[in-house]
Design a protein around this ligand. Structure first.
Ligand code: ZN
Length: 271
């Protein structure tokens, strides 16, 4: 078991990010995975998106350090349908029955990929019973399994669990710069009931600067990824919106004006 902790508080945020990325990429390159990682950080710091990206790259048939997005595994993940990606949490208390199901599932051979990945969102909502059952899994994690738990603060989990984890610290929103994005404004951009001129008024502020526009796209993506885990009924539209955000990022890179890119995004976003 690996007890190394990648702690950001003593490093600059940028340095810490580089160390973390390298740690995750190294696993993907070597195809040797840490059985249990804890992604700790305030809401909005991108831990869930990072967990999903990592899971995709673990399960991708290409076996490289980034997911190819074209193989069958990647397509199934994008459609929210991969049998070897298990998503739990995000809906209040995580019940013991869910952890027992997880245990049974993890001990079966992977169906489609070489590994099984479980992402447990908001793991501080594990009940005491669930946490104990989880501990049993972590004491002897099944071969070929990768478990990632997200939590806003590691102190919200029992020490018996955190001590078994490889912790990756995502820090706070202010540290990673997302405090520049107003959450209310994000909601307006997503809201069906808002008029297009109201949405245009908001994006003007972000369109003034390409980096700010990029930050807005990052925040939109993070919100959409969160939404994807929580709102299964609207999966198709959320995935479409995610693709739109990714395309917009490409346009920005290709030096299309930020104003045009964001206006186009708002006009085409259907949630
Ligand atoms: Zn792939």
């Amino acid at each position: 078991m690996d007890f190394l902790t990648i702690n950001c508080y003593n490093l600059s945020q940028v340095m810490a990010k580089i160390v973390q990325d390298k740690y995750l990429k190294n696993q993907l390159r070597s195809r040797e995975f840490t059985h249990f990682m804890l992604f700790a950080g305030q809401e909005g710091t991108g831990k869930l998106g990072a967990a999903l990206d990592f899971a995709k790259a673990v399960l991708c048939a290409e076996g490289s350090d980034t997911a190819c997005s074209t193989c069958r595994n990647c397509k199934l993940i994008e459609a929210g349908n991969h049998p070897d990606l298990i998503k739990l949490g995000g809906e209040g208390a995580i019940k013991i029955a869910e952890i027992r199901d997880l245990q049974r599932n993890l001990f079966l051979k992977p169906y489609q990929a070489a590994h099984k990945v479980a992402i447990i969102k908001d793991s501080h909502f594990l009940t005491e019973e669930s946490a104990n059952a989880m501990l049993k899994i972590l004491e002897e994690p099944p071969e070929n399994s990768v478990i990632i738990m997200t939590v806003p603060d590691k102190t919200l989990l029992p020490e018996t669990i955190t001590s078994r984890s490889q912790m990756i610290n995502f820090g706070t929103k202010a540290e990673v710069g997302f405090d520049k994005i107003d959450n209310q404004e994000l909601q307006t951009i997503f809201s069906k009931s808002k008029k297009i001129f109201e949405k245009f008024a908001i994006i003007q502020r972000y369109a003034k600067d390409k980096n700010l526009a990029k930050d807005l796209l990052d925040s939109l993506e993070m919100d959409l990824r969160n939404e994807l885990l929580q709102n299964k009924d609207n999966e198709r539209n959320i995935i479409k919106a995610l693709e739109l955000v990714q395309k917009s990022r490409g346009y920005l890179r290709a030096n299309v004006s930020a104003k045009f890119v964001l206006e186009n995004l708002v006009l085409n976003m259907e949630l």
